[in-house]
Design a protein. Structure first.
Length: 191
């Protein structure tokens, strides 16, 4: 404990006060501890989502359960169904990680954090929304590796890809890239 405090004090000298607070919050609980199953589960879901190329994670309390869904290639897929008893602790854990007000459950909130997934850092945006059975959390994963794909690596049909490449060769005009949240608009523009 003393080594951790000394390390954090040293970091505080070199970093701004906000960064030091974030480091204390993020290192306060060891995710591998047996008495931190909620934090361990949240970390494993975040890591799994980054590995699978998920753009959003929806944490949704329902009447009889708590559902975790992944958005992959614009489609929401059910990943975990948990007991409704776990909803409040998971939502609180996520809100602490994103530096949101844990006590406030009646208004929408936004937060953000940086998450370490293996050897890379991934930015995460979170929003909470009060609903009938609690709070719904949506986690947007902003992985720089996922945004930098070549045009032929986006999974477009060959005729669509050749049409886009033909439009890009024109010297004038306007191309609109539109679609719902998580459909790949930004990824397409970067490609």
């Amino acid at each position: 404990v003393e080594q951790s405090v000394a390390r954090l004090a040293n970091l505080a000298d070199r970093a701004s006060e906000d960064q030091a607070v974030w480091l204390i919050k993020s290192t306060g609980i060891d995710p591998l501890e047996e008495d931190a199953p909620t934090l361990k589960f949240v970390y494993s879901v975040l890591h799994d989502a980054v590995v699978q190329g998920v753009s959003d994670i929806h944490w949704e309390p329902r009447k009889n359960d708590f559902v975790v869904r992944y958005r992959i290639d614009g489609k929401l897929m059910k990943k975990h169904v948990l007991s409704s008893n776990s909803a409040r602790s998971i939502v609180s854990c996520l809100k602490v990680m994103a530096q949101m007000d844990v006590a406030e459950r009646r208004i929408p909130q936004d937060g953000r954090m940086t998450f370490s997934a293996g050897l890379r850092l991934v930015d995460v945006r979170m929003s909470s929304m009060p609903i009938v059975y609690g709070e719904k959390i949506v986690v947007r994963i902003l992985d720089p590796e996922m945004a930098q794909r070549p045009l032929n690596g986006l999974g477009m049909r060959s005729e669509v890809q050749s049409g886009v490449q033909g439009l890009l060769k024109r010297t004038n005009g306007l191309i609109l890239v539109v679609g719902p949240t998580g459909s790949g608009k930004t990824t397409t523009l970067y490609a």
